[in-house]
Design a protein around this ligand. Structure first.
Ligand code: G3H
Ligand code: 13P
Ligand code: ZN
Length: 309
């Protein structure tokens, strides 16, 4: 087993009309839950680490935890930096041994995004590391969004093509209506599949990435709230829409919020129902199992990656 890049994984996923789940990790229990699910499901996977997760767990611990996860399970892993905001953080992760980094310069102008992405691509490729970039504004849409507003926020298909050609990037996160966190849509959930189709037709075989792809299952929100949480009326991306996107050129689907919900709701429940518990292992193992079940469900029923190892 080894740290691998996503190149082969994405190729197989696109040929097989499924997607690879990229799951955010912050600590040992989250990593173990995800890895256990991948083992049981015989599914490829990406572990991704945000700058916040790196600050929380500290880089050295994260690297060793991922190394331990590979030894324990015998699985190959892609270790990916999520939302690297500048060249320096991407370089630091490449130097640490990550096999994949994201440079997220999507807030900058088209030309500046290209320049920053190219700089990261040159450095990373030289070290055998692959790069994801982002083009468009990852924002959920309001009830009555106009065509002009959509065109301004969402990824422009022709620009996506030009961006990929000029940067040499390995995958591209696009904006078609998803957004981060638990509140993605005010009204009916809507993804711009027409735009996705245009983009994948213009770049056949090129791996497209969807961020903000948690579904925020009502049952988990309710469970959290039943045991003292206060998550009002959340609205995620319906799983059927994600499963459809996975057959349309989307090779990587990012999931963090649903893992947070699964872990937190199960821990809230066990602590509320067992007030005598004060051994952290008692509730963390419940959280770990909840992560494993959520990830296995995503692999089997949403991504279609189960059995693809
Ligand atoms: O897209 C962001 C991920 O959900 C990571 O979130 O920056 O709070 O670790 P974070
Ligand atoms: P969610 O907030 O929908 O889980 O998205 C996670 C993500 O995009 C991480 O980069
Ligand atoms: Zn994201």
């Amino acid at each position: 087993m080894a740290l691998i890049t996503s190149t082969e994984m994405f190729k197989k996923a696109q040929e097989g009309n499924y997607a690879i789940g990229a799951f955010n990790v912050n600590n040992m229990e989250i990593i173990q839950g995800i890895m256990d699910a991948a083992c049981e499901e015989r599914s490829p996977l990406i572990l991704q680490v945000s700058a916040g997760a790196r600050r929380y767990a500290k880089p050295a611990y994260l690297m060793k935890l991922v190394e331990a996860a590979m030894i324990d399970t015998g699985l190959d892993v892609v270790l990916h930096l999520d939302h690297g905001e500048n060249f320096d953080v991407c370089k630091s992760c490449v130097d640490d041994g990550f096999s994949s980094v994201m440079i997220d310069a999507s807030k900058l102008s088209f030309e500046e995004n290209i320049a920053q992405t190219k700089r990261v691509v040159e450095y990373a490729h030289d070290k055998g590391v692959v790069v994801e970039a982002e083009l468009g504004t990852l924002a959920g849409i309001e009830d009555a969004v106009s065509v002009a507003e959509k065109d301004a926020k969402f990824t422009d298909p022709d620009q996506a093509c030009e961006f990929v050609e000029r940067t040499g990037v390995d995958s591209l996160a696009i904006a078609i209506g998803t957004s981060h966190g638990a509140y993605k849509f005010k009204g009916e959930p809507m993804l711009d599949f027409e735009r996705l189709e245009k983009i994948s037709n213009l770049m056949p075989g090129f791996p497209i990435v969807l961020h903000g792809a948690s579904s925020v299952p009502k049952a988990f929100v309710d469970l959290c709230n039943q045991y003292g949480g206060n998550i009002p009326g959340a609205q995620g991306v319906p799983e059927e829409m994600l499963a459809k996107a996975a057959t349309m050129g989307v090779a990587k689907i990012n999931i963090d919020t649903d893992l947070r919900l699964a872990m937190t709701s199960s821990i809230r429940k066990v602590m509320a129902e067992n007030p005598e518990v004060f051994d952290p292992r008692e509730y963390l193992k419940v959280g770990r199992t909840a992560i494993k079940e959520m990830v296995a469900h995503k692999m089997r029923n949403v991504l279609g990656s189960s059995g693809k190892l």
